[in-house]
Structure formats: C-alpha cells, structure tokens
Design a protein around this ligand. Structure first.
Ligand SMILES: [Zn+2]
Length: 170
C-alpha cells in the first residue's frame, strides 16, 4: 500500500564527509539514513518560516497504548501518523516544529533551512512515554532523559508549547 515509498527516489550523498542515503518522500522533505548507525531523520527540502504549516497530520491507525511510533492526540488517544514520513521527525529539546494536535498540523516554530533536520519536542504531545530514552540533541538546555510531560521538571514547562491534552493535566 505504501506507493509513495516505492516510487520515491533514493540516492547517496556526502554530508560532512559521511555518506548519507537520502530518500525523497514529498516535494518538501526527504528522509536521511545513516548506513552505519541506521539512524533516520526527516530533513527540509525547502525553507520554512515560523508559522508555516509543514504538513497536515492524519491517523492511519489508532493504538490503545503508546508505542515508540505513536503520537498522543488526546488523553486516551494515540495515533500512527499519516503521512508515514512524519514519524521520522525526531525529538529535540530545542525543536523547530510543533505537532498541533487540535488542528492536526505540523507547524514550523523556528526557521528551517534546506537540508536541516526537522524536530519536535516529544513531551509536547506525550504524557508518559512507552520507552524513555537518553537525548543526544546537543542543545544547551538538553533535558537528557526524555520520558514524557508527566516527568518534566516544573521550571522547564514555560519554555515549551504543549498540546491541550497535556496542558489539561498539569
Ligand atoms: Zn535533548
């Protein structure tokens, strides 16, 4: 069923002296894959400005319990993303996109240049994550361990934009 993936163009490219496998998944973004680590990320193919709507968010399925691919859109609602490539938007403690789960849109928070990785702040939608992980985002204010909004120290809450279903629980 994943025609978009089958027809996508894949090519190798050098990035800071490393080979990266790139796959165009839509005219405005491509997935980059590091053949060594297997790490995958979504990168802009065009310039985005704050406030730009990058993509609509749809649900290709609902899951009862959160997993490492799901996004929480309500107190008891977790979706698998449509388009699928949105799941390659990785977490950052200094994100450049926001998942607006009311209007169901990915919105640009900070300018994203061509080739730049798109990121979002996982706890902005996730109350309590299925799997916590150690963040390696390298931002000055990196929170180190990411496990969901429930576990965030109160002093960082005002720095981020959160979904309504998260704000309602604070
Ligand atoms: Zn971080």
């Amino acid at each position: 069923m994943e025609k978009a993936t089958e027809n996508a163009s894949k090519y190798y490219s050098f990035n800071s002296e490393r080979i990266v496998l790139k796959e165009e998944v839509t005219p405005f973004a491509e997935i980059w894959k590091c053949p060594q680590s297997g790490a995958q990320s979504l990168h802009a193919k065009i310039l985005f400005k704050p406030g730009d709507i990058i993509s609509s968010i749809g649900a290709r399925n609902y899951v009862k319990k959160p997993n490492y691919l799901s996004v929480q859109v309500g107190e008891e609602r977790h979706i698998l993303l449509d388009p699928v490539f949105l799941q390659y938007i990785n977490h950052s403690c200094d994100p450049n996109t926001h998942f607006d789960t009311v209007n169901m849109q990915v919105v640009c928070l900070k300018e994203i240049g061509v080739g730049e990785q798109m990121t979002f702040f996982y706890p902005s939608t996730e109350w309590s994550m299925a799997q916590s992980f150690d963040c390696l985002c390298d931002s000055v204010n990196c929170l180190k361990t990411i496990q969901g909004a429930k576990h965030l120290p109160s002093e960082v809450l005002e720095k981020y934009q959160f979904s309504n279903h998260i704000l309602n629980r604070f």
